[in-house]
Design a protein around this ligand. Structure first.
Ligand SMILES: C[S@@+](CC[C@H](N)C(=O)[O-])C[C@H]1O[C@@H](n2cnc3c(N)ncnc32)[C@H](O)[C@@H]1O
Length: 251
């Protein structure tokens, strides 16, 4: 068993009294509540082996200094930041379908990073890089203002209990930070299968002055976002999925 930072499944949300906070300065010089918790998580031997062998090739260590995308990817191309890629299934499919874009995936979960590394090797793709770190700190410290072509946040942990809503990623301060990192003309795309979180997303994204909704309310799932197995099963059971696509208009 390996202790790894990860987020709980819905039912496994910790019954914590005190929120976990970082000691470093966060979004705007205050502390921030993490959207994941440290817990024991299973990692397969294959994922562990991929972590040991492939991290140096495809991952970028977290550093509190601006990342040069051209150096990191070895080319100049629009760069998409994906936050919380989980096992990387969607990341790999989108990156394969969009070879002219760079994909910077950020995830804290060891098994997920190992899984995406395996997918990168198996597919032979060269347009994905991984940072294993808290995405809040990555966006704050490593991403230059006005630099991203897009941001993807797919099925972020819903933290369904009201007292845990403070842990949700899509909050005004973080969206404001992300909006400042997106180039004019770029976009942010979120998806969730939790209606209450979808409503929060709509309110938070709609309240961010730099962003404009591309739809009146929720957007249809764009063709480039593949439907995951989990989502397909949920839809069959009658559960909803909500996509939100906002742009930062070029002014
Ligand atoms: C419910 S999973 C969804 C995974 C994937 N996007 C999908 O659609 O299947 C959410 C993921 O976000 C990751 N996560 C949560 N907070 C994060 C953060 N602050 N930085 C990086 N990853 C985070 C978790 O470790 C988890 O793997």
């Amino acid at each position: 068993m390996i202790t790894t930072p990860t987020a709980p499944s819905d039912s496994a949300a910790p019954d914590d009294g005190a929120p976990e906070v970082t000691t470093s300065t966060a979004l705007s010089g205050t502390t921030h509540i993490r959207s994941f918790v440290h817990r024991r998580a299973h990692i397969t031997p294959g994922q562990r082996e991929a972590l040991d062998r492939l991290m140096p090739q495809w991952s970028i260590p977290y550093r509190p200094s601006i990342l040069d995308f051209e150096k990191a990817f070895g080319r100049q191309a629009p760069t998409i930041l994906e936050i919380g890629f989980g096992m990387g299934e969607t990341t790999q499919k989108i990156a394969e379908a969009r070879p002219d874009d760079n994909f910077l995936g950020v995830e804290v979960f060891n098994a997920g990073v190992g899984a995406l590394l395996k997918r990168i090797e198996e597919s032979g793709q060269t347009n994905i890089r991984i940072i294993q770190h808290d995405a809040v700190e990555v966006a704050r410290d490593m991403i230059a203002p006005d630099s991203l072509a897009g941001v993807h946040i797919y099925f972020p942990d819903p933290w369904p209990k009201t007292r845990h809503h403070k842990r949700r990623l899509v909050q005004p301060a973080f969206i404001s930070l992300l909006a400042s990192r997106i180039k004019p003309g770029g976009y942010i795309h979120c998806a969730t299968d939790w209606e209450n979180y979808a409503e929060q997303m709509l309110e938070v994204l709609g309240g961010e002055p730099l962003l404009v909704n591309t739809a009146s309310g929720y957007a249809p799932r764009p063709d480039f976002r593949p439907q995951t197995k989990f989502e397909t099963r949920g839809l069959r059971l009658g559960h909803g999925v909500w996509d939100l696509i906002f742009t930062r208009p070029a002014r």
